[in-house]
Each structure stands twice: as C-alpha cells, then as structure tokens.
Design a protein around this ligand. Structure first.
Ligand code: HEM
Length: 488
C-alpha cells in the first residue's frame, strides 16, 4: 500500500514538474524544446554542451529557452542580443547564479570571477584591474613570458634531436601556470621540474584535477535532488580545491610578513596594500580565480594552434614563410610588438579562437529583474548562457564554418572583415569581459609565433590529429603526439 502511495506521489510530482517547466511564462517567451521533469534539457547537452546547445539553436533559433535541471535558462547565440544583454543592460545581468560549486570556488562569493552582486563585483574588479594593468607589473610579466618561451623552445629542441613524439599539453600548461604564479605571487615551477612533480605541485597538480573533473559546474548545481548521490565524486575535487586554497593562504601569510609597501613585487602584494591587509579571503580567492581562469585556457589555444597547424601544412608553411620574409632569416625571437607585421600568423590564431573558443559557454549570469530584450521576455532569476562557440560558427558570417580557413580573416572587404571580427568574442564582451584577455592574447601570440619560427610540426602518426574537444572548465583536444623538425 505504502509503495503504491509512494509510486503514485512520484508520478504526480513528476507530472507537476513537467507542467511547471513547460508552462509559458509570458507570450513573449523565446521558443524552446520540451523540458523533461527533473533534468529539464540536460539530456540535450551531450558530451560537449556547447555543441548540444548549438544544435538546439539550429532548431529553435539564436535565442531559446530551456531548463538546465531546475533552472530556467536562456541561451543566446545571436551577437546583437549578446550586446543588448552583456553591454547595454549590463547592470541587470552582471550577477552570477548562486550554486554550491561557485560558492566553494569563491569563498562565499568574496572573489572576482563568481562575485554575485553588482556592487561587490564592481569593487573587487576595479581594485584588481587597477593593479593588474600597472606598467611595472606588465613589464615584469612580459620579460618573464620571453624567458618561459625560450625555456619551452629549448625543451622542444630535445625532441627534434631524439625524434621522440612531443606531447604539447603539459609543456604548454607549464608556461601558463608559471605566468599566473609569477604574476600573482612570484612563484614558479622550476626549469628542471614538471607540473606533476616539483616545488609547486601543491598547486599545479590539483589545478589539473579541477580543470579536468569539472565542466561548466557540477550536476547537482543543476539538479538539487541528486546531491547525496554525488557525495564521493564531489569529495575528489573539493579536496583539490581545498589544497590549492590552503597553499595560497600560506603564500598570503608569507607576503604579509615580507611586505615592502614601497616595492610591491607582484599582484598579491599590490592587493594587500590596497586592502590594507583586511581582505585575506577575497585576495586568496582572486588568486584561485587567476589560476583557474588563466592556467589551462591560454595553453589550450596553443594546443589547438599546434593541432590545426599540424593538420593543415599548407597554412603552416604560409605562416612560416611570412615570418621569414618579414622578420628575416636570422630572426631569433618574435616579440609582441611584431604582431602587426604578421597578419597571416594572426589570422591562424584567430581561426583557432573562432573554432575552439576555450571557454565556450563563458560563466553564466543571472537576470536581477524582469526585462524585455528585443521582444523576448526574460523573468527575474533566469540564468543566461551565451554560446560563444555558436557565435563563431554562425554560417551567415563564416561560410563553411567547420573548415579551418585562416584566409577568411585576410579578406580585403572591410565590411565583411568588421562583421567577422565582431563575431570573434571568445573572451566575452562588456564590462565583465575576461580580465585576462590582453595577457592571454600576448601569451598566445608570443608562444605560437616562436614555436612556429623554430619548428615544423606534423602528426606523429601520419594520420590527421583528432580535433574533437574534451569538455571541462575549458576545452582541449585529447592528448596528441607531434613530430617536431627544427627549422634551419
Ligand atoms: C584563451 C584564454 C581565455 C579565454 C578564452 C577566457 C574566457 C573568459 C570568459 C568567456 C569569461 C567570462 C566573461 C563573462 O562573464 O562574460 C572569463 C572571465 C574571467 N577570466 Fe578569462 N579567459 C581566458 C584567459 C584568462 C586568463 C589568462 C586569466 C587570468 C589572468 C583569466 C581570468 C578571468 C577572470 C578572473 C574572469 C572573471 C572576470 C569577472 O567576472 O569579472 N582568463 N574569461
């Protein structure tokens, strides 16, 4: 009898959830697919949620509604409407959603990346930005990037001599982790160490676990009722996050003890001075944001660049020939100032960013108040996801979008070029645009230019390298081996 009652109750609850999810909120709701009880449209996301959501937008339009588990969501793939939401109506859409993963990452929303109200975000963003862009720090980081690039090339040289396959992922990640650690708290994985085993492994190992284990969030951020079933899975990355936070806290204390207010050596010193030593939690978690946001994102673009250049030798040769003809045969190092002279190389990097926006769904936002945007009603509390991958794959702007074709960026028609560049927004847009955009562009250009100057890359197996993404906090190709030949 009791079992029958429970079964009956479950059916009623599922039915009510189904009705609630599919009931229109207003006549102006965007179109969207049927949402199932409990999971909503999570089943439509597939292994690569940015692709799953692009498929839905092909069917329902560039702005569509769906339920991601319990959460009413609007997915935006249209560039103009992204502008309306992220730029023109920014204050209504500045906040992040509240969920357990964001709460843990942010130390109760005290950081920058997950700050979930406008005034907290504005205060911390202007403090971080003001210090991050100071000339001294920029100069130190630029010099350090040059050193790291030279170290990477020296390391890659060994593979040209031994003929062994070169696996780019960890090598590029070492460069990116080091840039972040140097920038934020003057630490580094030493030249003779790897990111899996060295003096910084208390940060570099857990960061790899968090980046790999966690996609756009945790399943129970979407479907609250399954939380107890994920207890052990969550423990794994919670442990990794705590390890990183504890280590950053120790570094904070060291910084506090050695602080020279006249000569801040890194971003952590600058933030301690600015906050008069009264915001340990916020600063530690901003450090965590930088490591999480900056460690495997820029290195991901370097991986895609290596992959697409290996799979498309004709473009690789053209980009290399441009370097030789502009910079001369004896050029030893390409700096960021050389960028305007190398449009073909820039086009190759742009094409990687278009096809593989590293953070394809960005970080979600939430609507503070009811609002109507271009005729669509968006109620208070709606989660907003912009699909940056879909923007770069728009067939009306990029003919044959699945083809890697850097030359589309070299059109002489200025209107077409402007429209294409307007659709290249891997760092998002508006006041909450990625804070690391400039640094990442710098890092990606200097590393890609110099590895191309030094090496010819090709697939080690002779077969085209698999270019499908593995979805995590950022997207990466499956680990792949490359054959390196030293350029004369
Ligand atoms: C290829 C490289 C990168 C890509 C594609 C990327 C992309 C993004 C995107 C799409 C967002 C969300 C913006 C939004 O809410 O609209 C974001 C935010 C953020 N990124 Fe990046 N990012 C990259 C590299 C970096 C680097 C190198 C850093 C560190 C220096 C960084 C730090 C951050 C932080 C702290 C935020 C949060 C900003 C805020 O909420 O105010 N990112 N990034």
């Amino acid at each position: 009898m009791n079992y029958f009652f429970l079964f009956f109750l479950t059916i009623i609850l599922l039915f009510l959830d189904f009705v609630k999810k599919n009931l229109r909120k207003s006549k102006k709701d965007p179109p969207g697919p049927i949402s199932l009880p409990v999971i909503g449209n999570l089943h439509n996301l597939t292994k690569n949620p940015h692709r799953g959501l692009k498929n839905l937008s092909d069917k329902y339009g560039e702005v569509f509604r769906c339920y991601l588990g319990d959460h009413y969501s609007i997915v935006v793939c249209n560039r103009q409407i992204i502008n309306e939401i992220y730029v023109k109506n920014f204050e209504n859409f500045c906040s992040r959603p509240y969920n357990d993963t964001f709460k843990m990452f942010s130390g109760d929303f005290k950081d920058l990346a997950f700050a979930n109200n406008y005034s907290d975000w504005k205060n911390i963003r202007s403090m971080v930005n003001g210090n991050f862009t100071k000339t001294n720090l920029t100069k130190t980081i630029y010099n350090y990037l040059e050193d790291q690039t030279i170290q990477l090339i020296n390391n890659m040289d060994k593979y040209t001599i031994s003929g062994e396959p070169f696996y780019p992922q960890k090598q590029y990640m070492k460069v990116s982790i080091n840039i972040m650690c140097k920038l934020f708290f003057s630490k580094e994985v030493l030249p003779n160490e790897s990111i899996d085993n060295g003096n910084m492994d208390r940060i570099s190992v857990p960061i790899q676990i968090v980046c790999k284990e966690l996609g756009a969030g945790n399943l129970d951020d979407f479907v609250g009722i399954i939380s107890p079933f994920l207890f052990f899975t969550k423990k794994k990355y919670q442990k990794a996050v705590s390890k990183m936070i504890n280590f950053i806290e120790e570094i904070y204390e060291e910084h506090l003890n050695d602080l020279d207010e006249e000569k801040p050596k890194d971003l952590m010193d600058m933030l301690i001075i600015d906050s008069k030593g009264n915001n340990k939690k916020g600063i530690v978690h901003v450090g965590f944001d930088f490591l999480l946001g900056g460690s495997d994102s820029s290195s991901g673009i370097m991986e895609w660049f290596t992959l697409f250049m290996s799979n498309n030798k004709e473009y690789q040769e053209k980009a290399y020939n441009e370097i030789v003809s502009v910079m001369g045969k004896n050029c030893h190092f390409i700096s960021y100032n050389d960028r305007p002279k190398l449009p073909y190389l820039v086009a190759c990097i742009n094409e990687c960013l278009r096809m593989r926006a590293e953070d394809p769904l960005g970080i979600p936002r939430v609507a503070i108040e009811d609002i109507e945007i271009k005729g669509f009603f968006i109620p208070k509390g709606t989660q907003i996801h912009h699909n940056l991958y879909a923007v770069g794959m728009n067939e009306k702007v990029f003919e044959n979008p699945n083809k890697f074709d850097p030359e589309r960026w070299l059109t002489t028609d200025q209107d077409i070029l402007k429209e294409r560049l307007n659709h290249l927004i891997p760092f998002s847009v508006g006041p909450r645009v990625c804070i690391g955009k400039n640094l990442s562009e710098l890092e990606t250009f200097v590393v890609c230019a110099n590895i191309l100057l030094n090496f010819e890359f090709s697939s080690y197996t002779g077969e085209p390298i698999d270019d499908i993404e593995i979805f995590g906090i950022t997207i990466h190709p499956p680990e792949f081996p490359v054959k390196l030949i030293k350029r004369k």
